[in-house]
Write a protein that binds this ligand. Structure first.
Ligand SMILES: [Zn+2]
Length: 265
């Protein structure tokens, strides 16, 4: 039942009505949104992991075997993220949260571009590349709270200020469970929404199927904005086969112009 939407007027009108009549919105984003800000993706086949063996760079065992090498890769990544800027997709999604009475963004992205665009009603289900977490006591802190060098050696690896143990990047690696709290919040929002947006993710990992199933069962409309077909595309009512930074702003401008709302803040 997926309707592939092109730039024609009728489809755009339908989408504007759909967006404007929704009240409980759940947005699920992935690497494609970051990619539009110039950040190479971790999980895409053409992405970062082809240069780095995931067993070394994205597992706890790999980290424990060579924390200096693994930390140096993530330090490079932290700096790429810090230098990147939110794009129009991040900005439109941040603007949605004051338009809808109920709203949640769940992102698989570990960068902070959604937050820097202004998103607050959000959960991160794969952790946060700009944070570090103690291996021992589990305390998570902002990387900027530490005076981290550009390159680590054995003496300069981040240590927990509380217990002195080694800290790791605060992201979810392969073989690890996604954190419960953000996952529950996301499942709850997916189960309650009347409109679900899937943006820049193939949806294969981390409950993507589950979110779409919950939303479907509730009778929600599902819109995917993704240049290439993904695992969830056949669930969707509308598939906009474009980058979100190009597709979302014109639709959202029309929604705001034709159906203004008293915003909640
Ligand atoms: Zn600690």
């Amino acid at each position: 039942m997926t309707k592939r939407v092109s730039g024609d007027q009728k489809s755009q009108d339908e989408l504007v009505e759909l967006f404007a009549n929704a009240n409980r919105v759940f947005v699920f984003t992935g690497a494609g949104v970051s990619k539009e800000s110039g950040l190479p993706t971790f999980r895409d086949l053409d992405g970062e992991w082809t240069k780095y063996d995931p067993m070394t760079f994205a597992t706890l065992d790999g980290f424990l075997q060579n924390p200096v090498m693994v930390w140096n890769m993530y330090r490079k990544r932290q700096k790429q993220v810090a230098a990147a800027q939110p794009n129009p997709a991040h900005i439109v999604i941040a603007g949605m949260e004051s338009y809808y009475p109920e709203f949640l963004l769940a992102t698989q992205n570990v960068d902070d571009l959604h937050e820097r665009a202004g998103s607050r009603k959000m959960v991160k289900i794969h952790g946060d590349s700009q944070r570090v977490r103690c291996l021992d006591c589990g305390e998570s802190r902002c990387a900027s709270d530490f005076d981290l060098p550009d390159e680590f050696d054995n003496d300069t690896l981040p240590k927990c200020p509380e217990c002195g143990s080694l800290c790791r990047p605060d992201i979810v690696w392969f073989g690890e469970y996604v954190p419960q709290e953000p996952m529950f919040a996301a499942v709850n929002a997916a189960s309650r929404c009347d409109l679900m947006l899937i943006v820049g993710t193939s949806g294969e990992v981390s409950g993507g199927y589950g979110f779409a199933e919950y939303a479907m069962r509730r009778g929600a409309k599902i819109v995917e904005i993704n240049p290439s077909e993904g695992a969830l595309t056949h669930y969707t009512h509308y598939w906009i086969a474009e980058p979100a930074g190009a597709a979302l702003p014109p639709i959202w401008r029309l929604v705001a112009a034709t159906h203004p709302r008293e915003t909640s803040d």
